[in-house]
Design a protein. Structure first.
Length: 430
């Protein structure tokens, strides 16, 4: 039986772990460990000694842990058996990964299920050789980067799906826009994938998501992209879906030979197109509908953005502000934020400030206002006891609470003794 005198490994960088084929070693075997390598001796399945880069002479004198396993006399070239494993600790930065099948995720913006494919690469390094060999490599003669990907594929799919779903939901990013966030998503997913690698002695150096794509032939993707293209077209020409449906309805009536309004409708459509698509087309259609005896939809002007909106809605679809009801002749605006206060409201719907109406015109007034800035009405002084407005200044008793108003300071409302000539609170003459 041959006795090995030199043990070394100079294989490719993609091999992460390699076992020396022979276990019959001599007492003076030369062990050569290259840079970025680490050698570990095993005897009976137990790791004995670890060697970093350099040249070593294997002898029972310098392998204390091996002595207990040897039963033969020492001296000369006495053979002994031991396994020598080489672990490649070089930075492997080109390990490819990818999802074998599409991952079904819900788009947080459009609320539809869309299939996703993702791919990229990551970098690893064996950080703990003993843990790597014992927990992952086992009895395999070699262990390369492809084996790492194969072993961790299930973990990858789970972590990637979880990371993508949580990232999209937390940041409200549409699936169709996710490629604009690849750098941030790569860092996010590296944090999720690093702990499972560390359990097997592998350090995850980096993690990159190169591309996230959706199958073009998927029905949900086709529907979503068609809808977005239609929306972009409407935004460019300046009309919305409701206007387009009205246009389609009128055009269908114009093309119907049996319709009595076909001639009028056809002429109206021609005039509408000639006048341009936009706000004017809605007005022209409204006029044509009235001419045919139909009921035109009544519109009002939003007091906040001046948009023409249907009269039966409560909030403007353009700016979201409240729309005054038809019976409300004047627009009440909050003195604090300028928002519209609907009739019957006690608070501003925008800032929550309490509504303080003018008794004459209903305008919202700031606390302490003496004269209304809208109608010029002089506000009566409140009763210093119950707060009710006093219509006259010569009253001696409050008509609401019955308290005496004699010698009440007209400036600060402080009640003074009957003989006092100056207010004891503010000093003004009574």
């Amino acid at each position: 039986m041959a006795i090995v005198d030199v043990v070394k490994y100079s294989g490719p960088a993609r091999i992460l772990a390699w076992k020396f084929p022979s276990e019959e070693l001599s007492n003076w075997t030369q062990l050569i460990v290259n840079e970025s390598q680490e050698a570990i001796l095993f005897k009976g399945g137990q790791a004995l000694d670890t060697y970093g880069p350099g040249r070593y002479t294997l002898s029972t004198n310098n392998i204390p842990l091996l002595t207990a396993f040897l039963k033969l006399p020492f001296g000369g070239n006495t053979p002994f058996t031991a396994e020598v494993w080489y672990v490649n600790k070089v930075h492997a930065l080109d390990v490819k990964w990818g999802t074998p099948t599409p991952i079904q995720l819900k788009d947080p913006e459009y609320n539809i299920m869309v299939p996703l494919r993702a791919n990229g690469q990551f970098g690893i390094q064996v950080d703990n050789s003993s843990k790597f060999l014992i927990k992952l490599v086992g009895t395999m003669p070699t262990f390369d980067q492809d084996t790492v990907v194969r072993y961790f594929r299930g973990m990858f799919i789970t972590k990637i799906k979880d990371a993508l779903a949580s990232y999209l939901v937390q940041r409200k990013v549409s699936i169709l826009e996710i490629n604009a966030y690849l750098e941030e998503l790569s860092s996010y997913m590296q944090e999720k994938a690093a702990p499972p690698f560390a359990e097997y002695g592998i350090k995850l150096l980096n993690f990159y998501v190169n591309d996230i794509s959706v199958p073009e032939d998927d029905p949900a993707v086709k529907t979503l992209k068609n809808a977005l293209a239609k929306k972009a077209e409407m935004n460019i020409v300046g009309y919305n879906y409701q206007t387009e449906r009205t246009f389609d309805t009128l055009e269908g009536a114009a093309r119907n030979p049996g319709s009595t309004a076909a001639g009028i409708m056809g002429a109206g459509i021609g005039l509408g197109i000639g006048a341009g698509v936009g706000g004017s087309i809605g007005q022209q259609f409204g006029g044509m509908t009235q001419a045919m005896g139909g009921a035109a939809q009544e519109t009002v002007t939003c007091p906040n953005c001046n948009a023409q909106v249907p009269a039966n809605i409560k909030f403007c679809p353009q700016c979201g502000k409240p729309i005054p009801s038809p019976g409300q002749t004047k627009v009440i605006k909050c003195y604090k934020c300028g928002g519209v206060i609907p009739v019957g409201s006690k608070f501003c719907p925008d800032c929550g400030n309490a509504y303080n109406p003018c008794p004459k015109c209903g305008a919202d007034l700031a606390p302490g206002t003496k004269v209304c800035g809208t109608c010029g009405f002089s506000l009566p002084n409140p009763c210093p006891f119950c707060g009710e407005p006093l219509e006259r200044s010569d009253l001696k008793f409050c008509p609401s609470c019955g308290k005496s108003l004699t010698n009440v300071c007209a400036s600060c409302g402080h009640t003074n003794p009957a003989a006092a000539k100056f207010c004891l609170n503010c000093g003004l003459k009574l």
